[in-house]
Design a protein around this ligand. Sequence first.
Ligand code: NAD
Length: 453
Amino acid sequence: MTQYTVINPATEQPVTTVTHASAEETAAAIERSARAYESWRAVAPGDRGRLLRAFAAEVDAHADELAALETQNSGHPLGAASWEAGQVRDVLTYYSAAPERMTGRQIPVPGGLDVTFAEPLGVVGLIVPWNFPMPILSWGLGPALAAGNTVVAKPAEMTPLTAMRIAELALDAGLPEYVFQVLPGKGSVVGQQLVDHPAVRKIVFTGSTEVGQQIMAGCARHIKRVTLELGGKSANIVFADADIEKAAATAPYAVFDNAGQDCCARSRILVQASIIDRFMELLEPAVQGIRVGDPAAAGTEMGPLISAAHREHVASYVPEGAPVAFRGSAPDGPGFWYPPTVLAPVRTADRAYTEEIFGPVVTVTPFADEADAVALANDTPYGLSGSIWTGNVGRAIRVARGVETGNLSVNSHSSVRYWTPFGGFKQSGLGRELGPDALDAFTDTKNVFIATD
Ligand code: NAD
């Protein structure tokens, strides 16, 4: 039995100790989940929907508690953590309507009646990263349960607390035992067992592209279904005809939200050369105005990084002599703080320009015209999100179609909206979560022909 001490990243103080599951305990949990699946899939659709709504209500009733716990565990500003708890409630509510609407099709065929069924898969393994513990858990959990699957979730080592509490709330809401289990533990132990165990029929993995590749290879051994949500290096493209004031005022939040620990971070700002000086003049006060500090204090916009090791990694992108254009502030003293940092000019071969930093560091690069902007945006193995700022509707549409990325916003920085599909192009992932079609990722189509002759 291994004990893991959870640390508050804003204070460096221990929060609590969590017992990590072993490979054997994980296998036992998967087997319990497989048994629970037999009865969960048989729960009438209306009753499954009602249970999911009760679960959502239980999360809502404990939203303040969950938000405070996330602030302690992950250092997220309280306002952001409240939104995250609300996202769990909303995703569960959205998918609670699904069980009663999972209609198949009737397909005209000669000699009989042909119908399709969307059948659940069985046990689903959810492997969750540390950057958004609550929302990412819910994106897999809501549709998986709605479709009739059972779930074994593994939170990231550093951030298990909200997932563990949400599993208790599921039981309090009346979900049958073992329909949803949370197993804190190491990726190489619990995560690996989820990938290897034949009773797990689907893996939803969110994390680094590197680990995602290993997971995909592991799933191949069992032809296990897999959804991958991986890294990003997204562009925020600002054209000369945009509302430059608004583009500059919002750009910091598109990359420094969650201290840059966001797969959708627009960490490359591409600005049309003719307006780049004006843009930088406007960006500087916007970056310096970000309120960085105690995540539990009202009004804080940016908290600390998750760990000392991660801060060291982020800092490696800003070595002595790096082209720092300007920086925001960060508290002194304990906590894994790192100030919002703007690098310019950078060469397109620089690590800071090509690699996912996953911290509050952004590069600003000029472009000549529309074709140049699209080419620069696409010059990355990733393709997760991005923004386009322009006053020209035709250009917005042309560029949106040209950029190879899964989630774009025009004159805004929205990425994840639970009503709409979310996922990556290229090495940013495989498959889509959320939106009306998410159930497809948790079901297989069964075709049944009934002879009438
Ligand atoms: P990570 O890949 O190190 O870990 C993610 C999860 O996988 C953790 O729970 C970890 O314990 C587990 N894991 C690690 N090794 C494993 C193995 N061999 N087998 C099974 N599970 C294993 O990622 P991280 O550092 O926690 O998260 C940061 C990364 O996540 C970034 O690259 C970020 O872009 C990405 N991310 C992507 C999205 C998206 O939706 N596309 C969302 C959030 C984060």
